[in-house]
Design a protein around this ligand. Structure first.
Ligand SMILES: [Zn+2]
Length: 77
């Protein structure tokens, strides 16, 4: 059985092997992407959107940080 062996219709064994390689590569990229996205999602759970009443600064801050990064006003109340 060579790489030019017809598997089905015009599809050769070489063609099938190339596409299996491409699919393996795509699934690997997807796994890496999923791992990175998963980590980012965990980080987002620890941040909250915050608008400072004192200086108007807005952005995401850590849930555990209790002060505005710009003017140091308390974020809690
Ligand atoms: Zn502020």
């Amino acid at each position: 059985m060579g790489l030019n062996t017809i598997v089905f219709g015009d599809i050769t064994l070489g063609w099938v092997l190339v596409w299996l390689g491409v699919l393996a590569l795509l699934s690997l990229i997807f796994k890496i992407y999923k791992a990175l996205f998963g980590k980012r999602k965990v980080n987002l759970q620890h941040t909250v959107y915050f608008v400072c009443r004192h200086c108007g600064w807005e952005g995401t801050v850590s849930k555990f940080g209790t002060r505005c990064p710009k003017c140091d006003a308390p974020t809690g109340v």
